[in-house]
Design a protein. Structure first.
Length: 311
């Protein structure tokens, strides 16, 4: 069924596991994610960025949002696993309202680049509107940036746990993304991967709410190797290692945002297939390997995070 993201995450919070939130831009990634979720009997959170809404709607975000709701609901309504649709990194009022109007299960209001008071105000406004429509809300505190890039200014970049407590009480958000040293994309750490576990632990103790890890892709080595064997150059790429990810779940992370790993799996499969099948031009065929690699990464992640068999 199609469910509120809050229901998925509150169960995860009570039972100490995490649910991956997978970014999509099109039908094929959605199909691969749904296949993984069915195989692992796992709840699923599908998310789209504002850019995805614009892309899918050919420039019209409301049209894009409506398309995503229709696609996701069509699968969710006919399946036993709970599936939610979330707006990732909502920064513009127009996009957030479009997602709510279209029927998203939850939205993120990301005003984390603004001063605290502005973030508070923007978040409160969205919470009021979203909750009235039965839509849950994620907010972010701190900035996504590697710890070692900001040694001198960690206090200004990473989440402040006392501020987090104040923020969630004031805004009534349903889940919170605390910055603890991850970053988006395929190049997260220059040296050793390192996150601020103490800070995460404090935020959990003080808020007790479902917490979200952004920039959580692991940059799966097997996929990097396949892609590079078929012509890609992903030199220097590095993600959050599996054991570190597991530790963040133990310390209270319940939603694990994952985009880069799916993109890399897809491109690995696409490159492999195209190189090996120079005569093929049917898109349903040439995306087969790509989709199967995305499904593999999805399944592995659901298992690792502990959401398998939690549907
Ligand atoms: O948080 C970023 C997500 O990976 C989505 O990125 O804006 O390229 O769609 P995007
Ligand atoms: P990755 O780039 O690590 O996949 O992070 C995705 C994300 O945080 C989406 O909000
Ligand atoms: Na999000
Ligand atoms: Zn993110």
């Amino acid at each position: 069924p199609y469910v509120n993201t809050k229901d998925i995450l509150e169960k995860a919070n009570k039972e100490y596991y995490a649910v991956a939130a997978f970014n999509i831009n099109n039908l094929e990634f959605l199909q691969a994610i749904v296949e993984g979720g069915i195989e692992k009997k796992s709840p699923l959170i599908i998310e789209t960025s504002e850019g995805a809404m614009k892309y899918a709607g050919m420039g019209d975000p409301l049209r894009g949002a409506s398309l995503f709701v229709k696609m996701v609901r069509e699968f969710a309504d006919s399946l036993d696993i709970p599936i939610a649709l979330h707006l990732d990194h909502g920064k513009n009022f127009k996009y957030i309202i479009s997602a709510i109007k279209a029927g998203y299960s939850s939205v993120m209001i990301d005003a984390s680049d603004k001063p605290l008071e502005e973030n508070l105000k923007a978040t409160k406004d969205i919470v009021r509107i979203a909750h009235a429509a039965g839509v849950s809300v994620e907010a972010e505190l701190g900035k996504l940036a590697g710890i070692e890039d900001n040694v001198a200014s960690a206090e200004s970049v990473l989440v402040n746990p006392d501020e987090a407590k104040y923020f969630v009480e004031e805004t009534q958000v349903d889940f919170l993304a605390p910055a603890i040293g991850t970053s988006h994309g395929a190049f997260k750490f220059k040296g050793e991967a390192k996150l601020d576990f103490d800070r995460l632990k404090k935020v959990k103790e003080l808020t007790k709410m479902p917490l979200v890890l952004h920039g959580a892709s692991s940059v799966v080595q097997e996929m990097v190797e396949i892609a590079e064997n078929y012509g890609a150059d992903f030199g220097g790429s590095k993600g959050v290692p599996s054991d570190i990810l597991k530790e963040t779940v133990r310390l209270g992370i319940n939603k694990v945002n994952t985009d880069t790993d799916l993109r890399m799996a897809f491109i690995a499969g696409l490159r492999e297939f195209l190189q090996n099948n120079p005569k093929e031009f049917d898109p349903r065929k040439y995306m087969e390997t790509a989709k199967s690699y995305v499904k593999k990464v999805v399944s592995d992640r659901l298992e690792l995070l502990g959401s398998a068999n939690k549907a």
